[in-house]
Design a protein around this ligand. Sequence first.
Ligand code: ZN
Length: 273
Amino acid sequence: MKYFDTHTHVNFAAFKDDQSETIKRALDGNTWMINVGTQTDTSKLAVEVAKIYPEGVFAAIGLHPVHTYQQMLDEEESHFQSRTEVFVESDYEQMLTEKVVAVGECGLDYFRLPSDSDRESVIKKQKEEFVKQLHFAKKHKLPVIIHCRDAYADLLEILKSEYAGLQGVAHSFTDTWEIAKKFLDLGFYIALNGILTFDKTGKLAEVVANTPADRLLTETDAPYLTPPPYRGKRNEPSYVRYIVEKIAELNKVEPEEVAFQTFSNAKKLFNIR
Ligand SMILES: [Zn+2]
């Protein structure tokens, strides 16, 4: 069985002491991965890590909406100072290699707006940086990895006007089937992670049940969102198999079938041979 963790951050400091061991554990367990950048430094690191491995490790480069302004983020599993960066096309252009398979994570995040600045100006900035990245993706014929929190209406509108007919994935999808369907109608994929394993509302089960099998992706978003049986510990790419198992359980199919399908879907979207 082969698995694909389409959204992970082994390029983050959380793995600085055991990055290669973590990647080895994943590859030994037939798990491929895309390390995703969130600003210039982590994007560069994602590319550097990918270069080390002849097979199975890829990179995505981009600017996360929370890094378009500075604030202290303190949540259940993350505690960090966000940056104030803009998407400088030439910087990201220099990072492009055959190992870079997507632009992202980029998008909109209205959940974590800084309390000390004007809401409208922060949103405006997020939108500008997002549009720049959509144009960059279009120019380089790469799919996009979308981060979206409490901003689906605005985000879908931007995708329709700036990125029509192009491909990508709504990463860490947590909304309703109604919203998922809008992404699918645009030609996008839906990616699910540990949140699926602890969603008690049944909302995501409905998304899993209705999303066509050939449009679903699996991810971990490690080091965050660890699924059981490792809840409370650091997440890692090899745990993506628990997401595959959960999808199989919900859809009453064999995990082998889900693994095979989601692995092929990832290869297709990210143009991996
Ligand atoms: Zn992420």
